[in-house]
Design a protein around this ligand. Structure first.
Ligand code: XMP
Length: 326
């Protein structure tokens, strides 16, 4: 009979045995799994761990800071940050096709991660050390599905940090292999990780890059980040975080419609709200959010986000719609 305390103790002991006094690295995505895996390894072997955060500029408002500031404050981990916003914007310039965007983001992510890896290996070598292990936040359902990610791998090319190619130069450390998501969250809380990280809803590896229908640009990312932050803040304020599985906020950058704002005509972009309820993301239903909440989100987004003059609600279940728009 497992308690969260048991799981932590047992995993910490196992990790110590596996890693010994070697050096280990771990990629952080901003998501729950990689954060909890890293925190467990940090608890077990402390400074032998270096975490890598590739900031691709496609995260939501506040998420990079959660990793760089809050996660570090909570764990004391050594963090190597690769600021790669420019690189991803350049690679995505002129690209609108969803699968092409996914492939580009996945490819650049692996390259950026490998560059960071090389820098850390070189640094360790200068100190006469070798990196022998790589941490991955693989969960039990991933093991069972063997690479199926969240089940939609055949429909969309999935990408996440757990999906890095198995690097043959490293031995893998997978401290979450026996756990389900709710257990991972409990372990994270037990390890003192901030609620914003532990309670985070699913967010795709390619991030906001696949929530902009059309080309990804800096301006569009900034606009979408603002709209998304408003929608999330209002959902939380309404106390409904636990009612929805996730709520993608999507910018239809290739669509414009006429509006009237202040004393003038506008020709702006729509924002789509896609709140869904689900058990496992394989199927989903659209969440029946209260009209008052929807009204507040709509008013605030159209008032506060320049360039948006319409907010629409996606009322499609999955199937036939997927949760994400791309
Ligand atoms: P769809 O859009 O296929 O999404 O209904 C199902 C679930 O998977 C998430 N998703 C991803 N997660 N890497 C991930 O780690 C990805 O590339 C990716 N694409 C979609 C999506 O947010 C939903 O929870």
């Amino acid at each position: 009979n497992w308690t969260t305390g048991n799981i932590v103790e047992e995993q910490v002991e196992r990790i110590r045995q596996q890693i010994g006094d070697s050096k280990v690295i771990c990629g952080l995505s901003g998501g729950v799994d990689s954060a909890v895996a890293a925190a467990l390894v940090q608890r077990a072997v402390g400074d032998q761990l270096t975490c890598v955060f590739v900031d691709h500029g496609l995260l939501r408002e506040g998420e990079a800071e959660q990793v760089e500031r809050d996660f570090v404050a909570a764990t004391g981990v050594n963090l190597y940050v690769a600021n790669e916003q420019e690189r991803f914007l350049n690679a995505l310039a002129g690209v609108s096709d969803p699968e092409t965007k996914r492939k580009i983001i996945g490819r650049e992510f692996i390259r950026a991660f490998e560059e960071a890896e090389r820098a850390i290996i070189a640094q360790a070598a200068a100190e006469g050390e070798k990196i022998k292990f790589l941490v991955q936040g693989t969960l039990y359902p991933d093991v069972v599905e063997s690479g199926g990610g969240e089940g939609a791998a055949n429909i969309k090319s999935h990408h996440n940090v757990g999906g890095l190619p198995e690097d043959l130069q490293f031995e893998l450390v997978e401290p979450l292999r026996a756990l389900f998501k709710d257990e991972v969250r409990a372990v994270g809380a037990q390890l003192g990780l901030p609620q914003e990280i532990v309670g985070r809803q699913p967010f795709p590896g390619p991030g906001l890059g696949i929530r902009i229908v059309g080309e990804v640009t800096k301006e569009r990312l900034d606009l979408l980040r603002k709209a998304d932050a408003i929608a999330r803040a209002e959902l939380t304020a309404a106390g409904l975080d636990n009612e929805v599985w996730q709520m993608p906020v999507v910018l239809l950058a290739d669509v414009r419609s006429v509006g009237v704002q202040g004393d003038g005509r506008t020709y702006g972009h729509p924002i789509v709200l896609r709140p869904v309820s689900s058990e496992d993301a394989m199927t989903a239903d659209w969440s029946r959010l209260p009209y008052e909440l929807l009204a507040r989100i709509s008013n605030r987004i159209t008032n506060e986000v320049d360039g948006v003059n319409r907010v629409v609600l996606d009322v499609t279940s999955k199937p036939p719609g997927t949760i994400e728009w791309e």
